[in-house]
Design a protein around this ligand. Sequence first.
Ligand code: SAM
Length: 315
Amino acid sequence: MTSTRHDGDTWDLASSVGATATMAAMTRAIATRADRRLIEDPFAEPLVRAVGVDVLTRLATGELPPDDLVGQLAIDGAKVRTKFYDEFFLDAANAGITQAVILAAGLDSRAYRLPWPAGTVVYEVDQPQVVEFKTRTLAGLGAAPTADRRVAAADLRDDWPAALRTAGFDPALPTAWSAEGLLGYLPPDAQDHLLDTITELSAPGSRVATESRPNPKPGDDDRTKEGLRRISERWRAHGFDLDHARLRYFGERNEAAPYLADRGWALTVIGNRDLFAAGGLLSLEDDDLRMGDVVYVSGTLGDRDHEAGHRTTLS
Ligand code: SAM
């Protein structure tokens, strides 16, 4: 049984919010096996196997077919999401940004699989048990990072910049930041604080990428919770007991794109439906989890001194 979220709660990769990182990696393992056009994550399967949640391992290795446990929408969603963030980081690196920060890194293996230019430093921030597990497991597999990888073990509702600075982060350098699969797991005020902190730590020319959803219309949250309960039931029948509806924070929050735009970021917003179409994938119909409403947000911070008095608008 999953207990309700509370300030300061912690987890490993088999429990609470940590298990969602293992599920994301499991979905990347399935997607990688199915179709390497959009995603190529060779570390997803061994990482999931190392966590040791039986049903997730059997799905990641292909022993258990995804069927109704991991639908095609989720598999295609992993493809477009992975491609979006891969391209975001490679574009930033090719534009000369040498410092990247992957917030809520989970079992993301970009620091081990992307062709980072020499001299790039990649910071990964997540809860201590999560980052330590990944470091240990990939070292045990003989995997070597493709960048200067540094970890900052911290809670993102807490003083994570201190951990980042201790790891060597330099706020004077432009940074490429990602917050992938994160915002819904933060309370609304913690999300605002995170986006404010990213902005404060960003030199002009820094880039940011995240996903968000428009605020729910009446009835949306109830439908999503009901959909998540049905999903949790199916997992429970396979011995994996995680109450998905209890892991997220529902209700209204500031939407990431306008919030960041108000703080000086020039942003591009692209809808999940458009990314599915661009990838030649299934068309996204309305579903209880509102996948079609997800938007991918990315952009660049202007020079605050030159832009004083101006408000950057969303493109
Ligand atoms: N970004 C990874 C990916 O896409 O595979 C992981 C996404 S997973 C859905 C959510 C991640 O957010 C988990 O790794 C979890 O540990 C992290 N996370 C959520 N809230 C956090 C917090 N308050 N502090 C640190 N990490 C957090």
